[in-house]
Ligand binder design. Structure first.
Ligand SMILES: [Zn+2]
Length: 306
């Protein structure tokens, strides 16, 4: 259990977690990662009533799982204000293959006194492929309802959903008080966490090489799933490859007998299916390119998770 490995923040004799005394603070501090400073009152807004909710525990564990990334990415004096998890959504994905998106785009969102940090994770909240950050002075507007949080910058809007309702509301409140300037989300090097506004081929600080969105798109065009495989989303890639292979098999078993019995004109029977297959190849190519551009995908590795 990660809380046993990671927890160990101490309240007594330590000012780091800024506890206000009492039992909930002690219990939660013991679950928090020892190496990360947390602003207690903002991280756990409900504990002044003297109770620790299950969700508070979950969020402490969430930070624990993100600790390998936070340790490297945060500045020495940086303080965590809040953390929650959800699914990063892109507007036009919703209209197309949005329903597949949650499998790839789960993230832990960590708000600090300096930035909003997005850590791509698996279903168990373990850091996976890439990370992005938004310095707080780039936050333009925050909005959203229910389980949605929209963070608008000078450049684009991030749609984050599937967040626990009360946590989404709390996060929107915390972000509302921040300043307004130009610029958007920054990509972080998955190895040294150096920020960049662009999508370079390698990290200017540590030299880590990144996978190319163009290569990912080209491979997806050749066969759906190959692009995802290249990026490292292996399980999802297998599903895509299996699905596309099945369509190709159906296509060929329709086409071959049709040509055999009716000559070249018989090929028309399989034409609609062929059009569908082409559409899927092209569509997957675009989706894969977008996925690659979500963050810097390291050529030999992923985010530290343990
Ligand atoms: Zn680097």
């Amino acid at each position: 259990m990660s809380s046993a490995e990671c927890g160990g923040g101490h309240v007594l004799g330590s000012a780091r977690h800024m506890p206000r005394g009492g039992q909930p603070e002690e219990e939660l501090s013991a679950l928090l990662p020892a190496s990360i400073a947390v602003r207690f009152a903002e991280m756990f807004p409900g504990t002044h009533k003297g109770r620790v909710r299950r969700r508070d525990r979950k969020r402490a564990e969430m930070l624990c799982k993100a600790e390998p990334v936070l340790q490297r990415a945060l500045a020495p004096t940086e303080v965590v204000r809040f953390a929650t998890n959800g699914v990063r959504q892109l507007m036009w994905w919703l209209l197309t293959a949005g329903s597949m998106n949650p499998f790839a785009n789960r993230a832990t969102l960590v708000l600090t006194d300096k930035r909003v940090l997005l850590i791509h994770t698996d279903w168990k909240q373990r850091p996976r492929m890439f990370a992005n950050q938004l310095p707080l002075d780039r936050v333009h507007v925050t909005s959203g309802r229910n389980s949605y949080v929209f963070i608008r910058t000078g450049k684009e809007q991030l749609m984050f959903h599937g967040v626990k309702r009360s946590e989404a509301a709390h996060l929107r409140n915390l972000l509302e008080s921040t300043a307004t300037k130009k610029g958007g989300w920054q990509n972080l090097c998955p190895r040294c966490f150096h920020p960049t506004d662009s999508a370079p081929e390698s990290c200017e600080k540590c030299g880590e090489e990144f996978k190319s969105p163009k290569t990912a798109a080209r491979r997806a065009l050749i066969f759906p799933g190959l692009g995802d495989f290249y990026l490292g989303y292996r399980k999802y890639a297998m599903l895509e490859i299996a699905g596309a292979a099945m369509l190709w098999a159906i296509f060929l078993t329709t086409l071959v007998p049709a040509i055999q019995t009716r000559g070249l004109g018989g090929a028309l029977v399989a034409a609609p299916l062929f059009a569908l297959i082409v559409l899927i190849h092209v569509g997957d190519s675009f989706l894969t390119r977008t996925k690659a551009r979500n963050g810097l995908h390291s050529k030999d590795g992923s985010l530290p998770s343990g």
